[in-house]
Write a protein that binds this ligand. Sequence first.
Ligand SMILES: *Cc1c(COP(=O)(O)O)cnc(C)c1O
Length: 464
Amino acid sequence: MLDDMLDYMAHIRTRPVWQPIPESVRTSLQEPLPSEATELAAVHQTFMQEILPYAVGNAHPGFMGWVHGGGTPVGMLAEMLAAGLNANLGGRDQMPIELERQVVQWVRELFGFPHTASGLFVNGTSMANFIAVLVARTTALGANVRRAGIAASERRLVAYTSASAHNCIAQAMDLSGLGSNALRIIPVTTQHQMDIDALERAIAADRRAGYTPFFIAGTAGTVDVGAVDDLATLADVAEKNALWFHVDGAYGALAMLAPELAPRLSGIERADSIAFDFHKWGQVPYDAGFILVRDSNAHLSTFASPAAYLGRETRGLAAGSPWPCDFGPDLSRGFRALKAWFTIKVYGTEKLGQVIAHTCALAQYMRQCIDNETALELLSPVSLNVVCFRYRCEDAECVNRDIVTAIHESGIAAPSTTTINGQLAIRAAIVNHRTTRQDIDALLRATLEFGQAISSPPLRRTSL
Ligand SMILES: *Cc1c(COP(=O)(O)O)cnc(C)c1O
């Protein structure tokens, strides 16, 4: 199995990025609950034949859809060790938690947070953003909100984020019981950054209308075009208005590892909380999200609760309080920290930062190629590692949508789509450390070829 997976990674270039799942394969796993044993080797063969070839393909250098990390052999091996140890990191006195605490300390150091800040591995940034909203809510309303609920408060909390923010911010408001209507969506500038004047006007208008503003979520690396909000000015606005300043840095926050990119995130060190993923730009295998909170007491007072069966001691296995389960809703927790620790130790932050900077350089290369090709047009500024463009033609919406599907089915590359100023864009997010210029060239060549085939009259689908 180990050989198979190392071969998979070593020879990934020779495979299609993605391929359609044949109907026979899709149904091949269906069977009644098995009462009898099957040979391990046979189950392994099923994995190799029916599952491995039909994954999303984000380990492949041609994968540029959505925002997916590529993973590494080091991360894979660390996952094997973690699974073998089968550690549960909810709590108790154990070295795996000391290791997670070390990674928390590295994260504080990276973002210039004080030693007293708290941090926790979670599954992803969606969960990390949700935790941030809960901590900010409890801070705004007081810890009694945990018993009385928000309905018992006279104050109507409202939050702010930009139109380019990820939908999971609205979801966090929904899940927290505050409601997604209490999230004010602030328009963005032509650079896709939150419009600060509009933000200040919205805060003032809400105050006049009797609402209680409590939370601003800036974004470091928007999911559509990779824009970074003006975090320093957002920090000023939050400070002036005594609001919680959160940064959704799902993929972009780790740009801090690249000295040439870190200044773009200036102001992030003033955040009250930061959510980000090690599994995107950090190349750590899924899943490895993280929440960092400046005020660990606020964090603890949101989640810690006494339970007889979780009693703490000063010695023995029940020592070592506070435990990770005091900082979030999860009690049973896997050893996610190990694969992040291995990745950071084995590659070092310098190399990881170079990988991140390289994906941005590739995006600039791609932008230049698009500028030089009259059949293609750029649809948004290239700020970090995301390039949004389209094939120029009549009926561009349908044709570009079909180009992306055709590229997926060809196995050549895997971009995704988004809508920029009402126009459908082909979107390439270069996240994978394996991606090279050759992969960018292949994507652009395929776009031109399919674009011509799809838009030229003889092949034009009548349904268009
Ligand atoms: C990917 C992403 C998220 C969601 O993170 P998950 O790890 O998928 O939960 C949130 N915000 C932004 C900006 C993202 O890029």
